[in-house]
Design a protein around this ligand. Structure first.
Ligand code: MCN
Length: 786
């Protein structure tokens, strides 16, 4: 009987729960020196000088380096060449100009671990202040007509890279070509600018690195990452050396959430220092450094316009995006491309268009963060659907029901070029509503409204479709796996994916076990060592099971083919007369089961392994519906999340325990964006959320037990029938919770509250609505302080 689809418990956990993991900071590296970065304390300034002479006298200091020392090294180039302005690259240590608070300016190297913090204080950086550009909208407008701006004047105009004449890092679509007649014929048109705020990935393990150069001139770098092979490439690019000279090892990773792909300038500096000083070097950042230095997520301002008829049919939708890319374009600058791709979501909207601009600002760079571009698309369309429903006085569930794409089993091409593989969006909505007891919830809400209860009930919906496993590889996205059977009856799997909480060691073993009949606990899964596994796409975009898992299955099947020939030789039989029985993990002659040979025995004389590459025809499109139920105190503005009910259809589920764990984590993370988390800068570009005292994140006490309904619509894009589940939670839950908060207050005239729906924002929205109802203007919003 197959173990696929069963709740096999994580084989990873006994180690984590007993001896604990081995994180980068735990890697033993005798004689290593320690790095402490000196970071910019101002958002935008020209560097007049950096004086490290006092720091060099401090106890334990071995060396100190500035941007000038690294002048010969390449810079960190923006990703996605051709789409993002390649000239907005980041020097490994700032040279002439700093562009955000936290930017590495110098590095102090010490023998003892904690000596660097004091020594770094002694580094004297003389800044010539330049005006910071904190707001993306201001950044977008700066530099118009100053293409040939002279030195100094352009900076005064608010340009981060004056020689480029503009802060625009990337543009998607042509804003000038937006159709003037898009909303013609609509009975109702609603438009609103909404904020998908900047959030911090805040992994439990901050960024770190350890590096040592061998006598052979090769570098070994231990870095927590989402794909050793991608990290090796980033390091090679920044250090200006060939990838063959680098070995990247991935120790245990304490959370990544999209933010540990590739490598950051700090990682490259650690490697450079180790070479320069001819001794191992290591670095681990503090929580504050992490909150201001690790690329943030989201950071979009969206203008949604939605139009249709009073019967609830949506006929036109427009999405205009302003992406804050932060000081140096990272993946954040490119993410609007994914937002646009998924703009219409699961709906059949006859006319839809979307455009975006990414701009640089004097703030921490923005990167990929769980969902990366897709949660922003869902948030926009789901808020728009509710705005439209409110305008026509319709039930939000009814409006969605009316506009969802009908069930399809053949791929469906959207107007934005996405090829949805399979979907039944209406079924997901109905299952979610039934599981939630939607009608009863509406009754309860009506009662509370009628009685004027101080605590009102809100019900929020979010229907989504997302893209998982996208890839630009020619021929289709792919991943490799090697499966080897050993003579002692155990097996080893090498994978190009890089789990950091997703449980691949368990599931990859399940997939091989299912084919080979070797027990899960006798299968070891290895990843994250570029010498052992030179190629691999890593873990991100919820690609791992559908490509990496499929490769494991494929390699296992091909291994049986290889073994069959050896079994035929051993048994002196015709290969075609042999049957492999996974139950006993042995080949036997058909009709004569006593003539058999165990699989493991076939590995005795010669190694028995197969490396396979699985290539997918394309990305897959998981979908679902989330329902959130909140209580909102209308006197204090406090939001309490009461229930979250979700349908997350990721095709065939291989291990429900792990898939549910992924949903739980994602839902919590997404909900936190809706009512809690926000990275805030003041008008000078100073980060105000630089510690966990100021940057709140969700704990188990703020969330209810999640109610997960099952739904599995297999995809034909891989033999497993699986789509990705790793990001679904963050995509569905955020708009559901936000919509629920607003829904609780809809009868009081509230139409929108930007995230996070903090007590202050909720209270302010109630006050504005009350003032509007009584014909008075509300006093101005006291500000976007969380
Ligand atoms: N799975 C399954 N059946 C399916 C789909 C998935 O059983 N139909 C299982 C898989 O076998 C795997 C897990 O669910 O064990 C997730 O698989 P998949 O959806 O392929 O996603 P990835 O493994 O590629 O994970 C990436 C995704 C992303 S992009 C982010 S960001 C993220 C996330 O996973 N960051 C995480 N989950 C995280 N979980 C933890 N603990 N920490 C992070 O940093």
């Amino acid at each position: 009987m197959s173990i696929l689809g069963t709740r096999v418990v994580r084989t990873e956990d006994p180690r984590f729960l007993t001896t604990g993991g081995v994180y980068t900071d735990d890697v033993r590296l005798p004689g290593a020196c320690h790095l402490q970065f000196v970071r910019s304390t101002v958002a935008h300034a020209r560097i007049r000088s950096v004086d490290v002479s006092d720091a060099l006298q401090a106890p334990g200091v071995i060396a100190a380096f500035t941007g000038a020392d690294l002048a010969g090294l390449p810079e960190l180039a923006p990703p996605v060449a051709g789409l993002v302005n390649a000239r907005m690259s980041q020097p490994l240590l700032a040279r002439d100009v700093v562009r955000y608070v936290g930017e590495p300016v110098a590095v102090v190297v010490t023998g003892g671990r904690y000596q660097g913090e004091d020594a770094a204080e002694l580094v004297d950086v003389d800044y010539d202040m330049l005006p910071p550009v904190v707001e993306a909208a201001v950044a977008a407008g700066a530099g118009e007509g100053t293409a040939e701006a002279g030195e100094g004047t352009a900076e005064a105009d608010g340009l981060l890279f004056p020689m480029l004449g503009s802060n625009i890092a990337a543009s998607f679509g042509d804003a000038a070509a937006l159709r003037a007649d898009l909303f013609d014929g609509c009975e109702v048109v609603v438009s609103r600018t909404i904020v998908n705020q900047r959030v911090a990935p805040a992994p439990m393990e901050t960024r770190a690195a350890a590096a040592a150069w061998g006598a052979d001139g090769r570098l070994t770098a231990w870095i927590p990452n989402q794909g050793a092979q991608g990290t090796r490439k980033s390091l090679a690019d920044m250090l200006g050396i060939d990838q063959a000279h680098i070995r990247v090892i991935t120790p245990d990773v304490g959370g990544a959430f999209g933010a540990k792909f590739g490598a950051d300038p700090e990682h490259a500096v650690v490697c450079w220092v180790a070479r320069r000083l001819s001794r191992p070097a290591r670095w681990v950042e503090t929580r504050t450094e992490n909150l201001i230095g690790m690329p943030h997520g989201r950071a979009q301002r969206q203008t949604v316009t939605i139009g249709g008829s009073r019967d609830g049919t949506v006929t036109a939708y427009r999405l205009e995006i302003l992406q804050d890319a932060g000081a140096y374009p990272r993946y954040g600058a490119f993410l609007p491309a994914l937002t646009i791709l998924m703009a219409p979501g699961p709906y059949a909207i006859p006319r839809a268009e979307a455009v975006a601009q990414s701009v640089v600002t004097s703030t921490t760079p923005v990167g990929a963060y769980r969902g990366a571009g897709r949660p922003e698309a869902t948030a926009a369309i789901e808020r728009a659907m509710d705005l439209f429903a409110a305008e026509i006085g319709a039930d939000p569930a009814e409006v969605r029901r009316k506009n969802l794409l009908p069930k399809f089993t053949e791929p469906h091409r959207t107007a934005f070029g996405a090829l949805y593989d399979s979907g039944d969006y209406a079924a997901a909505l109905e299952v979610a509503l039934t599981t939630a007891g939607y009608e009863d919830l509406r009754d309860e809400q009506a009662k509370r409204r009628a009685s004027g209860d101080v605590v009102q009930l809100g019900i929020g919906l979010s229907c989504y479709v997302e893209i998982t496993g996208p890839g630009a590889e020619e021929g289709g996205p792919r991943e490799n796996a090697t499966v080897e059977v050993h003579p002692d009856g155990s097996a080893t799997i090498l994978t190009g994916t890089s789990p950091h909480g997703q449980g691949h060691a368990t599931v990859w073993a399940m997939l091989a076990s299912d084919e080979l009949g070797i027990p899960v606990d006798k299968i070891t899964v290895k990843w994250g060592d570029t010498d052992l596994i030179p190629e691999g796409g890593g873990t991100g975009g919820s690609r791992s099971l559908q490509q990496g898992g499929a490769a494991v299955q494929q390699a296992s099947r091909e291994l049986i083919d290889v073994a069959r020939q050896r079994a035929a030789d051993a048994l002196e039989a015709n290969p075609a007369d042999l049957a492999f029985d996974a139950g006993s993990s042995a080949f036997a002659v058909t009709g004569d089961p006593d003539v058999s040979v165990p699989l493991a025995r076939l590995a005795e004389r010669e190694r028995l392994f197969v490396r396979a590459v699985f290539t997918a025809p394309g990305a897959t499109f998981p979908f679902g519906t989330h329902v959130a139920v909140v209580e909102v105190d209308t006197e204090t503005g406090k939001v309490v999340l009461r229930r979250v009910i979700t349908v997350d259809d990721a095709g065939t589920v291989i291990n429900p325990l792990l898939a549910e764990g992924q949903r739980h984590g994602g839902i919590a993370q997404g909900a936190a964006q809706a009512f809690l988390e926000e990275v805030v800068f003041d008008e000078d570009g100073n980060p105000l959320t630089a510690s966990f005292a100021d940057y709140p994140f969700l704990s188990a006490t703020e969330v209810p037990s999640f109610e997960l309904a099952d739904s599995q619509t297999p995809t034909s894009y891989n033999p497993l029938g699986a789509k990705g589940i790793g990001e679904a939670g963050t995509i569905g839950s955020t708009p559901a919770v936000q919509n629920a908060v607003i829904d609780a207050l809809a009868h009081l005239g509230v139409r929108h509250i930007d995230m996070p729906a903090s007590p202050q924002r909720v209270w302010q929205a109630l006050r504005s609505a009350a003032a509007e109802a009584s014909g008075h203007r509300a006093p101005p919003d006291p500000g976007r302080v969380p």
